[in-house]
Structure formats: C-alpha cells, structure tokens
Design a protein around this ligand. Structure first.
Ligand code: ADP
Ligand code: ADP
Length: 229
C-alpha cells in the first residue's frame, strides 16, 4: 500500500525557471527512497507536489496507480504523514499536539506513542510561548524535542506513506541517533520518502536519488553510489 510514482515530472513555480526537468522514480510499497541534493535542488518541492500543493506542468504523479489530481487534498493529507524540518506546535498540551491528526485516539494510544518517541515525561506540559490567563508559562522545548512530538504524532497516525524532511537535521549527534532509531521504527513497512542533504544520513535507503539542477544526476544504493565515486 502507498506506492508512489513520479513519471517524467516537469515543474516550475515561475514559468521562466524550471525546478524539476523530467523526474521519474518509484517508491514501491513499504520501501524507502531518499532524495539527496544541495539546497535549492528541488527536494522539498517533490514533497509539496505529492501533497498537491501545486500542479505540475507535465508528466504524472500517482499513488497506488491513482493520479494525485483525482485525489482530494484531504485524503492526501490523511494518507501521508510528514515529519518536517521545523515542527510548529499548537498552543495546547503536548498530548493535544500528538493527538492532532487522529482525534479519535485513546489516552492509552497517545501515551504509548509519546513513550516510543521519548516525550512521555512532558506529555501534559504546554509548549513555549504559551501563557494562560493566570500567567502560567509553557515549557521550552528544544528542536529535537519538538521533532519528537512530530514523530509521536506520526506514530499515532500510522499513515501508509511517510515523508521525512531532513528529519534529523536540528539535532546533536546523540539525539540524532535516538531519533533515527525512532524514525526507523515508524518507517518500517511504510512507503517512505526521505529528503536529505547528505548521503551519510540515508545509508539504509533502498534507493538514493541524487538531484542536481532539476534532474536526477545519479541513483542507486548507498554502496553503489560510494563505489561509483
Ligand atoms: P530544496 O528542498 O532542495 O532545498 P526546494 O524544493 O525548496 O529545494 O526549492 C527549489 C527551488 O525552488 C529553489 O530555488 C527555491 O528558491 C525555489 N522555490 C521554492 N519554493 C518556491 C515558491 N513557492 N515560489 C518560487 N520559487 C520557489
Ligand atoms: P490533459 O488533461 O489536457 O491531457 P495533462 O493531463 O497533461 O493535460 O495536464 C493538465 C494540467 O494538469 C496540466 O496543466 C498540469 O499542470 C496539471 N497536472 C498534470 N498532472 C498533474 C499531477 N499529477 N498533479 C498535479 N497537476 C497535474
């Protein structure tokens, strides 16, 4: 479930400047494909197109064989979970933030997801910037902790498709390793698109696609790309 296919996709935000110049790739159900490339290469654009935030100029994008143009944005959002670069939290408890995206979740399910993402201890806390009428202040969360809230949300939502956008970029090495383990757990068995700057963070992807100037410059496993220099 959740096969993604880009077929000769051309896209430009501005007709004068092509961003994607004929991109084709597939993420088979349950597999992980990483898109790697320098800043500005068009990596995030690929995830925006999957959500259909923009229409492509030509080619096609399908999920399980269905053109995304024929799918509502609402169902795309239900099918795709995203752990973004920068998680913005709602002004409510961490538990509320975790539940967002699956309002029917039970207390027990929320607690479990929070535990797996290692945010169990502050589930009832309020995020930074929060201020109640009596002047109570929120808890200042680090970038890594906010990311763990996003991970807990994704664990709870359990979508067939997962997009990890530079998911461990904001973290120190130790936290990065812990988060990586949590992400590996969430992405197991799900169709996953990882967006990353560096090859070294996507060693275990089934395929790595190197994007350069709107085209696929190289593709293969981590090992194959290293061998080819
Ligand atoms: P990456 O994720 O690889 O850093 P992006 O997909 O964010 O790259 O952006 C690719 C190019 O598209 C960049 O040159 C960026 O400036 C441009 N771009 C991104 N978003 C927009 C937008 N909304 N309107 C116009 N240009 C954009
Ligand atoms: P037609 O339906 O006339 O044969 P196309 O199918 O090529 O033409 O595309 C019609 C319009 O829909 C294009 O202008 C393109 O911007 C947009 N489009 C095509 N494929 C997609 C897609 N997968 N997602 C979003 N927009 C698309």
């Amino acid at each position: 479930q959740g096969a993604i296919r880009f077929d000769d996709v051309h896209f430009a935000y501005d007709p004068e400047r092509a961003i994607l110049k004929g991109i084709s790739f597939e993420v088979p159900p349950g597999k992980t494909v990483a898109i790697v490339g320098p800043s500005g290469a068009g990596k995030s654009t690929i995830s925006r197109l999957l959500f259909r935030f923009y229409d492509i100029q030509s080619g096609s994008i399908t999920i399980d064989g269905q053109d995304v143009r024929d799918v509502t944005q609402k169902s795309l959002r239900a099918a795709i979970g995203m752990v973004p670069q920068d998680t913005v939290l709602f002004n409510d408890t961490i538990a509320y933030n975790v539940r967002y995206g699956r309002v029917d979740a039970s207390e027990e399910e929320i607690r479990k997801a929070a535990e797996l993402a290692q945010i169990g201890p502050f589930i009832e806390s309020l995020p930074d910037g929060y201020r109640t009428m009596v002047g109570e202040r929120g808890l200042k969360l680090s970038g890594g902790e906010k990311q763990r809230v996003a991970i807990a949300r994704t664990i709870l939502k359990a979508p067939p498709i997962l997009i990890l956008d530079e998911a461990t970029s904001a973290l120190d090495t130790h936290t990065e390793q812990e988060i990586q383990a949590a992400l590996d757990m969430v992405s197991r068995g799900r169709t996953t698109l990882v967006i990353a700057h560096r090859l070294s963070t996507v060693i275990s992807a089934d395929e790595i696609i190197v994007l350069k100037d709107g085209r696929i410059a190289e593709r293969g496993t981590h090992r194959a790309l290293l061998d080819s220099g």
